[in-house]
Design a protein around this ligand. Structure first.
Ligand code: PPS
Length: 569
């Protein structure tokens, strides 16, 4: 089947430059909505025609029809609800027919929207119909229930300006820019490869094979908007893609970055990706096993069947005007020293493969990654962002009563780690933080939580940037400690150390004389005396300080860090 080639420009939602300047000034007086990162991605593709034929965020009829039937109310195929979710408070001040300004994170007005619809969606139904299950293990369902606002606003958009990107500008193209590029180069058939992962040799082989088989040119079209939580950051990935691009024969292949916020909606997402690629001037798209899969559900089963996405795409490809190309699973055949499609390998031949999990293990332990698997330039980029654990940042988080010995052990640990060298070490001691970061705070639950969240934020930044943060507050509340753990674990290890000196012993030592004052009621809300302390259930380490010297306590922590691979043995 040959798809008709049409590289004429597609409609965008922008007004002319002059009108945009005027509108921007007028829009300054409108009620404005600060867009979330996902909404900014959606708005960009709405405005530049990536989501053609949508003219704005969906209204209620279109939304219901998309959720139920994968079609707009007029019957046009559209699988994904593109909605402007807002909180109830904001929605209450909006009249139907009113224009609102849509602003980016810095307050720049990107567009205006005439609100034609306001409604409270049935999120459970949206989750079931669009994502296949009302299960928070699905990233988009989790977003729907835990991040998206309760009310949806819909209406047409008037585009003022594109969101500003400071990174990889030359690699970002609107649909019309890509269409013009293909026209200029005389590319009559273009096969798109959608990806959110680094490309290795097998991907290079399969994409080029797909292009050869369809007699098409190849567009590597990676998503740099929002992908699956835990994915490799797009900065690293784009540097990797640049390296792989050199491996294709000249003038066959190009790369362009797509600022899409993925939903990981498997089959529906594949159809959505197809429509987006069609808008970008592509005639074909590679769809593989488990396309845009969200991983396992809360019962540890797959959300979608492995070929559901391919099947749904095939059903709709004529209507979409873009043809599916099967993703050939390529394997390395050792004795032939080349990649071959898995289903064409001679019987008995030894095939080699490295799974994603194995690759992550080798990166985290600094082990060899062979050249048959990936390109040296790609591996070297990955090693920079995923250095071995012994070179990554991490946080040691002490918790325990006042006077339990946290600061003393933390200091000893800091000195020992500094003696080893290699990574910068920062101590965020309870007292010091309260002098500098949290000087206005007291000891109510609210203030203690604020204090710990601040410490957690600083520690997460240190961890992210490859340093060692040692925190030593009382941190009496388990839920707050867990929240800090979650913040930090995105970037590196979180090692909770409970300094388990009993309250009796702390009071007996009473180094600062505070327990005496607390008993006399001169200090209120004193942890362990007149304020609660949640004993950690599962800390990485519990240290006793009664009859154990400081040096020994610090040494126990070093041994733990070593066993976790965080410091070299
Ligand atoms: S918290 O709960 O984590 O925010 O506390 P933290 O920031 O670690 O501050 C504890 C230090 O403040 C002194 N202090 C008190 N502690 C507990 N309760 C009350 N009401 C209180 N008032 C003052 C005390 O010296 C703690 O220091 P450490 O180093 O823990 O002994």
């Amino acid at each position: 089947m040959a798809m008709p080639l049409n590289l004429a420009p597609i409609p965008e939602l922008f007004v002319s430059y002059e009108s945009a300047q005027k509108l921007k000034i007028e829009a300054a007086d409108l009620t404005s909505w600060d867009l979330s990162p996902r909404q900014i991605c959606d708005l960009e593709l709405l405005m530049n025609g990536g989501f053609n034929p949508l003219k704005g965020f969906l209204g209620e009829d279109d939304y219901n029809s998309v959720v139920e039937k994968m079609r707009l109310a007029d019957g046009t195929l559209w699988p994904m609800p593109i909605t402007l979710d807002v909180d109830e408070e904001f929605s209450q001040n909006i009249e139907i027919g009113q224009d609102i300004a849509l602003r980016d994170r810095e307050g720049v007005i990107l567009a205006t929207m005439t609100v034609t619809d306001r409604w409270q969606p049935n999120k459970a139904n949206e989750a079931e119909k669009v994502f296949g299950a009302d299960d928070d293990a699905h990233p988009a369902v989790n977003y729907l229930h835990n991040q998206a606002g309760q009310i949806y606003l819909g209406g047409p958009i008037t585009g003022i300006q594109q969101p500003v990107h400071y990174d990889f500008r030359a690699r970002r193209d609107t649909p019309n820019e890509l269409r013009a590029y293909f026209r200029k180069l005389g590319w009559r058939r273009v096969v798109a490869f959608q990806t959110r992962n680094p490309l290795h040799r097998a991907h290079q082989e399969l994409t080029f094979r797909a292009a050869k088989e369809t007699q098409a040119n190849l567009l590597i079209h990676p998503v740099v908007g929002m992908t699956k939580p835990g994915d490799i950051d797009h900065f690293t990935r784009v540097r990797c893609y640049e390296a792989v691009l050199d491996q294709y024969p000249q003038a066959t292949t190009t790369m362009s970055l797509l600022n899409l916020a993925m939903r990981m909606a498997g089959p529906r997402e594949a159809v959505w990706h197809g429509l987006i690629r069609k808008n970008h001037g592509c005639t074909h798209m590679i769809v593989g096993r488990d396309h845009a899969g969200p991983g396992k559900n809360s019962s540890d089963d797959d959300f979608y069947g492995p070929y559901d996405a391919q099947e749904l795409f095939k059903v709709h490809q004529d209507e979409m005007g873009i043809e599916m190309v099967d993703f050939k699973h390529m394997v390395y055949v050792q004795n032939r020293a080349q990649y071959e499609p898995a289903d064409e390998v001679e019987e008995g031949a030894t095939v080699l493969n490295i799974s994603g999990t194995e690759l992550r293990r080798r990166l985290s332990e600094g082990l060899d990654i062979p050249e048959w698997f990936s390109f040296p330039a790609v591996v070297s980029e990955l090693r920079k962002t995923r250095p071995p654990r012994a070179q990554q940042g991490f946080t040691v988080f002490f918790t325990g009563f006042s006077g339990s010995g946290k600061s003393t052990i933390a200091n000893a640990l800091m000195v020992k780690l500094m003696e080893m060298g290699g990574r910068p070490v920062t101590l965020l001691d309870g007292d010091i933080v309260r002098k500098n970061l949290s000087s206005e705070l007291g000891f109510s639950k609210e203030h203690r939580d604020l204090n710990i969240r601040r410490i957690g934020y600083v520690a997460s930044e240190i961890t992210k940037n490859g340093g060692i943060a040692i925190c030593a507050p009382i941190a009496p509340y388990a839920t707050t400690r867990r929240a800090v753990r979650e913040d930090i674990e995105q970037f590196g290890a979180f090692v909770e150390v409970h300094v388990s000196t009993s309250i009796e012993e702390c009071e007996r030592r009473d180094r600062k004389g505070l327990y005496k004052l607390a008993r006399e009621g001169k200090i209120k809300e004193f942890t362990g005396i007149s304020d609660p302390y949640d004993v950690p259930n599962n800390p990485e380490l519990r240290v006793e300080t009664e009859n154990v010297d400081v040096d020994n306590c610090a040494h126990q922590i070093l041994l733990k860090l070593e066993s976790l691979g965080l410091i070299a043995a």
